[in-house]
Structure formats: C-alpha cells, structure tokens
Design a protein around this ligand. Structure first.
Ligand SMILES: CC(C)(COP(=O)(O)OP(=O)(O)OC[C@H]1O[C@@H](n2cnc3c(N)ncnc32)[C@H](O)[C@@H]1OP(=O)(O)O)[C@@H](O)C(=O)NCCC(=O)NCCS
Length: 219
C-alpha cells in the first residue's frame, strides 16, 4: 500500500500516548535497530525492560515534552513513527532495573559502558541542564519508510529544543541510514566506535559501528 506523507501529523506526546509510543518503540527496534538486535532479547522481555527503564522518565513531564509521535490521519490516527529525546543532565542516574538476570545485567552493563565510550568527546559538557538535547531513539514503521517522516520528527524535536534555549543536539547513530538522516538535518560527525574493537564479552560478535553526531542549535 502506498502511503501519503501529507496525511502524517507530528505532535508531542501526552500522558495517554506513552503506552502507544513504547509499543511502537519495541516493535520498530526489536529486530531492526542494529544495537538492540545485538542485545538479542525476546520481544516480550525487551518490552518489559523498556518499560522499567523508562518508568522514571515517564513520570517526569519535562522529558515527555521531548517525545514526539507521527500519526497517520488517513489510517485512524495509527502511530507510525516516534522520536525520544532527553536532557542527559537530567537522566544521569538512570539505573538498570533490579530484576534483570545475571546475563541481562552483564549485557546491559556492557551496552551502557559502550554508550559512555561513544559519548566520551562530550562527557565533560553534558551535565549542564538545558544545554544538550539527546536524541535517544528514532524509528519509523517499515511501511512508512522513505517518506521523510524521520526527517520531520527530528526537525520537530530540534526546533522545539532550540526554541527552549538548548545549544546543541547529539545522537549515537547505529546505521548508515540513521547517520544520513542526521546529516540531512545538519548534524556533523564527531567520533566513531566499532563495537567489535571495543567489546569485552557479550558484544564481541556485534559488528555495529556507532557514530556520535552533533548539531549546533541556532536561534
Ligand atoms: C532510520 C529510520 C528512522 C529512517 O526513517 P525514514 O522515515 O525512512 O527516514 P526519511 O525518509 O526521513 O529519510 C531521511 C534520510 O535517511 C536516508 N535514508 C533513508 N532510507 C535510507 C536507506 N534505505 N538507505 C540509505 N539511506 C537512507 C536518506 O539520506 C534520507 O534522506 P533523502 O531521502 O533526502 O535522501 C528508519 O529506517 C528506522 O526506523 N530504522 C530502524 C530503527 C533505527 O535503526 N533507528 C535509528 C537508531 S540510531
């Protein structure tokens, strides 16, 4: 079926949309986002863990304002894309859920250390609240890819952060498509980590390269 970009509306989420957004996140990331695929959880378990990880953010309104959904007005307001942003100065204490298995703890600890390595060039600058918008996740349903929806979601999140006085946006891109998307929206390449070069244990077989991208926001 051919979808029409003109029927897609982009809007910040409200509290009623959170479940829709997290369901879409799991649906789009489980097999298709390269680092999530390396983690290799069953879909139901990924869904539980995503809910536990985001539980803190969900109850925190300033972060919700940086989460956006794309809906198709021509298909009963179906949710077809999302972007999740955060302010890293406000989420530094994000803890792992405490009911993880030993194996899950090991892989998530490795993923968190990996993402810290990717962010290393910015590490000293991320503690000032209201300065950096972090694009934590962006996804578009495969039936709607290539229509410019991710571009519009990213532009909406960036424009909103700019209007609220943020100075920079950054993202960790795990595929060439994602890197091109960010370049198209004005992000510049800062740093690359090849996971196989860096991994200690659980991620040894993961062939993903992660690119740190940054954009200067100008009012
Ligand atoms: C990455 C993703 C969000 C792109 O969504 P999308 O709505 O199709 O993206 P857009 O249509 O706005 O395209 C933006 C740019 O990305 C690039 N792009 C899109 N599809 C591409 C493809 N199949 N191959 C290479 N580049 C591609 C192009 O540069 C495109 O701009 P252009 O069409 O002007 O050339 C989507 O593919 C997705 O959800 N992937 C799985 C989840 C994921 O990996 N998210 C990123 C995590 S870091």
């Amino acid at each position: 079926m051919c979808h029409n970009p003109s029927t897609i509306a982009i809007a910040p989420i409200d509290a009623d949309d959170i479940d829709t957004l997290l369901n879409l996140y799991v649906e789009l990331f489980h097999h298709r986002e390269p680092l999530t695929a390396c983690i290799g959880l069953r879909r139901a378990r990924l869904s539980e863990i995503v809910r536990l990880l985001y539980a803190e953010s969900i109850s925190y309104p300033p972060l919700q304002q940086q989460w956006w959904l794309a809906r198709d007005r021509a298909d009963n307001q179906r949710a077809v894309g999302f972007v999740v942003g955060d302010d890293p100065a406000l989420v530094t204490d994000q803890a792992l859920p405490d009911n993880l298995t030993v194996d899950e703890q090991a892989i998530f600890a490795e993923v968190m250390a990996l993402l810290a390595e990717v962010r290393r060039p910015l590490a000293d600058q991320l503690s000032a609240a209201g300065t950096y918008l972090h694009i934590a996740a962006i996804g578009v349903h495969p039936q709607y890819e290539g229509l410019g929806i991710a571009t519009r979601l990213l532009q909406a999140a960036v424009a909103d952060a700019t209007a609220r006085g943020f100075r920079y946006a950054f993202a960790e891109c795990t595929s060439l498509t994602s890197r091109r998307l960010h370049e198209k929206c004005g992000f510049k390449h800062l740093h690359r980590v090849a996971v196989t070069d860096w991994a200690q244990d659980k991620l040894k077989q993961c062939t993903v390269c992660i690119d740190l991208m940054q954009k200067l926001l100008e009012n």
